[in-house]
Design a protein around this ligand. Structure first.
Ligand code: GLA
Length: 384
């Protein structure tokens, strides 16, 4: 009945014969960070950690939401939806609000949510819950919305109900993930292409700094406006420029003084788009080592020019750089905490994790967590 994905135990009590269960995964991103809202390129993949929702219709316009992780039930009405920022239910309410704003006809519903995407780890647990909800409501009320439109709805819900002016990467990756493939997404046109990720003797390891990115939403929005300020400055001389996607290093040098903080922000984004294009060629040529070097360069840019790293993430990448079994590492996602993504020799991965865990504990008195992830399918109904 559930196909290849197992229904999580905590959701069992909520399953009735009218219920639909949807799974929507978290994501990793190999390269292309903070490029999505600049209409650039990203290279994410959906993972084997996901959010699951059980949903069924409810009478009238009553919404009853339950989180098994927080062991909490909350009730709302469709007519009076507003953001509850900082609360898990805001991501679900944001989707219902977007659907109503777009005049889709939905009624009351009961929804229970469970997830094993670590929260605040940079693996997009929020996009996963948004996409699970959007997909589930689309199914439940037969709205006929495409995956592309669902990703845009979920992104807008994050803007309006979570207050983060995120790009499209996380929601797109969750909805469009394909087993063992990364997605090269053009965030301007939303054209995308799958690339099989063949790492040969290497595998992906995530090291979770356990620093929760609380600064992230404010600073994230600041970065976004600094990029917009850069575009505005460049447009004075190059009016055809629409976003940093259209910008070259030469244009930045011609229009923005090097002492200006906006200079470094723009330089990073422009270089990251180039690295991504070249990195895709490395992957196609099976040159994982060359790809790994670009990940280190990305980290350098995120840390020094874009300034979205933190001392813990810098430390983890530095340790990786000093370890011959790691060919590439960088912080992943929005930043200010969360995980680093590492490409590590398969047989050396356990030893690496053990060593860095001890060092990390000594330096920061924090317990490092690690995840060896698999690349999985995107959002789907697992029981109907
Ligand atoms: C967060 C956002 C994404 C993207 C990344 C940085 O995950 O939700 O849209 O901007 O940060 O690449």
């Amino acid at each position: 009945m559930s196909g290849k994905y197992t229904i999580p135990g905590p959701l069992q009590p909520f399953i009735t014969d009218k219920a639909i269960i949807v799974r929507s995964p978290g994501r990793i991103n190999l390269i292309g960070e903070h490029t999505d809202y600049n209409e650039g390129f990203v290279l994410p993949a959906a993972i084997d950690k996901a959010v699951y929702v059980v949903i069924e219709k409810n009478e009238g316009d009553r919404i009853v939401l339950h989180s098994t992780d927080f062991n909490e039930t909350v009730e709302y009405t469709l007519a009076a939806i507003k953001p509850v920022v900082g609360h898990w239910s805001t991501y679900i309410l944001g989707i219902a609000d977007q659907l109503q704003q777009r005049s889709y006809s939905i009624g009351g519903f009961k929804l229970a949510v469970y997830g094993d995407v670590p929260l605040g780890a940079g693996l997009s647990s929020s996009a996963a819950i948004e996409c699970a909800t959007a997909f589930a409501l689309n199914e439940l009320f037969g709205l006929g919305i495409t995956r592309k439109e669902l990703s845009l709805i979920a992104q807008k819900a994050e803007h309006e109900f979570a207050g983060v002016k995120c790009g499209i990467m996380d929601q797109f990756a969750s909805l469009f993930g394909k087993k063992n493939n990364v997605i090269r997404l053009d965030c301007r046109s939303l054209d995308y292409e799958y690339f099989p990720l063949e790492l040969g003797q290497y595998k992906l390891v995530l090291l979770d700094s356990q620093v929760k990115h609380s600064l992230a939403s404010t600073e994230y929005n600041v970065r976004r406006s600094q990029c917009e300020a850069g575009v505005a400055a460049i447009q004075q001389q190059y009016p055809a420029v629409k976003s940093l996607r259209d910008v070259s290093r030469e244009m930045i040098n011609a229009c923005i003084g090097p002492a200006d903080i906006v200079y470094r922000r723009c330089k990073y984004v422009v270089e990251e788009n180039i690295r991504l294009q070249e990195g895709c060629i490395d992957l196609l040529n099976g040159n994982v080592e060359a790809f790994g070097k670009k990940m280190f360069a990305t980290h350098e840019g995120l840390s020094k020019d874009y300034e979205v790293s933190c001392k813990e993430l810098d430390y983890l990448v530095e340790q990786a750089q000093h370890n011959s079994s790691v060919i590439g590492a960088r912080m992943m996602g929005g930043g200010f905490g969360g995980c680093t993504i590492n490409i590590v020799q398969k047989e050396a991965a356990d030893a690496l994790i053990e060593k860095v865990t001890v060092q990390y504990q000594n330096v920061f008195q924090k317990d490092l967590k690690s995840y060896t992830i698999q690349i999985e399918e995107g959002t789907s109904v697992i029981m109907k």
